[in-house]
Design a protein around this ligand. Structure first.
Ligand code: ATP
Ligand code: MN
Length: 474
């Protein structure tokens, strides 16, 4: 045996819990490192350690016998949360629900977790409580599964676009333009807030770091358009920020957005892409995270698997806004917010359409011009714009997009209508001045997607460290 001074045999092969749980690992001498979930002592003079290292939902059973040198002094005192290194051999397991177990030949304790104070000693906690220990919640089954599914979704997003000839573009995080025109932005400044420079009765932003007011971006779309109008098909994927003071289960102040933008795409192409994209993400998760998805289906929402499977196999309904309003008006549902042509749809309306009426994902399009941003292409009816929202059960809007206005004069008119200064957007207007093209794009909120897939009720539980009004501690 070749042990170093710390008592570790460095010649052994290191494998993960997921690998050790597979039948083909039987017979191998290996090393595993991770955290103990539980310890049970048998009367026959050995202990069972349930080991988890994040590689899978399921734990690995480790059998540590009394003949181990530190059995009485250390192993018998390990409690939930303790970190260990196991050297041993993978054997077939007689136990239920597992093909293998590991017979330990050496157990090295890295760190104990005091059971008197370790908050995850107890088995079940509410998600509200776990939010107050965001630094420890990745150690629970649910948050481990969310981290793996979120990772799978991100991989799938990149693979989908890379395989389809899109270039990954990095949009800036600090910007001077407000893409949505919504004014819900976080300001970025190096001015001293208790001593602001004044000029003509207002704050003098020419003395600020960027010589003008600047903000955290709400979307990478305008920047993505500049690259699409040069290189064809691009996408951005990064953090976006919205200071909307809406304490809902679907809104974060900081969230990740994927935004493809395609030259020579019209609205119908945009819809087809959004549908193929969403289906690809869902089918990848179903294939690549079966164990985690089975957990969500059993513990969180028992309709999740069937819903995702159904979506992968169904064709999304495409419905003009005007017809959706008619469906809602005729529904006889007691909505909190009344419906009539021209109103922005509320979550309750979106959910009625996708959950109750059509019972599948829905792409609503051609929205009234007054409720949509200036950059969406005006239709010939002059009342509606080429907007599209993809709605799914439970979450409502998961994707928002549009065909962009490529006609300079119409775009200038729309900006004036929304009280935006053309001078602030001179570079955006240049795209229409020089070699303008029809183009389109959309944005998918990563957390809305993960929320939808896992069935988690609150969006704060599908991002590692949620930022919401009054909450940015971790
Ligand atoms: P909503 O009406 O639900 O607030 P929105 O119309 O403001 O959404 P868009 O500006 O179209 O949304 O943004 C594109 C996508 O980004 C949305 O479809 C959604 O998936 C996601 N998204 C928007 N706002 C948030 C938020 N505050 N937190 C998390 N995801 C968001
Ligand atoms: Mn919003």
């Amino acid at each position: 045996m070749t042990a170093d001074r710390a008592g570790k045999d460095r010649t052994l092969e290191k494998i993960s819990v997921a690998q050790a749980r597979r039948g083909d690992a039987i017979g191998r001498r290996v090393v595993l490192e991770g955290w103990v979930r539980t310890r049970r002592d048998s009367k026959a003079g050995f202990s069972f350690l349930e080991l988890n290292d994040g590689s899978s939902m399921a734990n690995l059973q480790v059998i540590a016998g009394a003949s181990l040198a530190n059995y009485e002094s250390e192993i018998k005192h390990i409690t939930a949360g303790g970190s260990v290194r196991i050297e041993g051999t993978v054997r077939p397991s007689p136990g239920k629900g597992q093909a293998t177990e590991v017979h330990a030949e050496r157990v090295v304790i890295y760190g104990a977790a005091d059971p008197e104070t370790y908050p995850l000693q107890k088995k079940r906690h509410s998600f509200e409580f776990l939010r107050t220990i965001a630094h420890l919640r990745p150690r629970t089954n649910t948050f481990g599964a969310i981290a793996r599914v979120r990772n799978c979704v991100c991989r799938s997003i990149h693979q989908f676009f890379q395989e389809n000839g899109f270039l990954y573009i990095h949009a800036p995080i600090i910007t001077a333009s407000d893409c949505e025109g919504a004014g819900e932005m976080f300001q970025v400044t190096t001015l001293k807030l208790d001593n602001l420079p004044q000029a003509g009765g207002a704050v003098d932003f020419t003395q600020d770091f960027f010589d003008r007011p600047s903000f955290l971006t709400v979307s990478g779309q305008l920047e993505a358009e500049t690259f699409a109008c040069a290189l064809g098909k691009v996408y951005t994927f990064g953090p976006t920020f919205r200071a909307e003071n809406s304490n809902t289960s679907r809104h974060l102040a900081e969230f990740w957005m994927v935004e493809p933008e395609m030259a020579f795409y019209e609205l119908a192409d945009n819809m087809d892409l959004a549908e193929a994209f969403l289906k690809r993400i869902l089918s990848d998760v179903l294939q690549q995270c079966p164990e985690d998805m089975a957990f969500f289906n059993e513990r969180i929402d028992n309709t999740t698997l069937a819903t995702l499977q159904g979506i992968v196999e169904s064709r999304f309904v495409r419905l003009p806004y005007t017809e959706a309003i008619q469906v809602l008006e005729r529904s006889g549902e007691p909505f909190e917010f009344p419906v009539s042509w021209g109103v922005d749809l509320q979550a309750e309306h979106e959910r009625f359409l996708t959950e109750k009426h059509f019972k599948k994902p829905l792409i609503l399009y051609d929205y009234p011009r007054a409720i949509k941003p200036f950059y969406m292409r005006l239709n010939d009816d002059e009342k509606t714009v080429r907007a599209m929202d993809v709605l799914v059960p439970k979450v409502g809007e998961i994707i928002g997009g549009s065909q962009r206005e490529e006609r300079l004069d119409v775009l200038e008119m729309r900006m004036a209508e929304q009280n935006l200064k053309a001078g602030d957007y001179w570079w955006y207007l240049d795209l229409r001045r020089y070699g303008t093209v029809p183009h389109a794009g959309f944005g998918l909120g990563l957390e809305r997607a993960v929320q939808f897939i896992t069935g988690m009720g609150n969006i704060r539980d599908v991002i590692p460290f949620p930022r919401t009004p009054g909450a940015a501690e971790f």
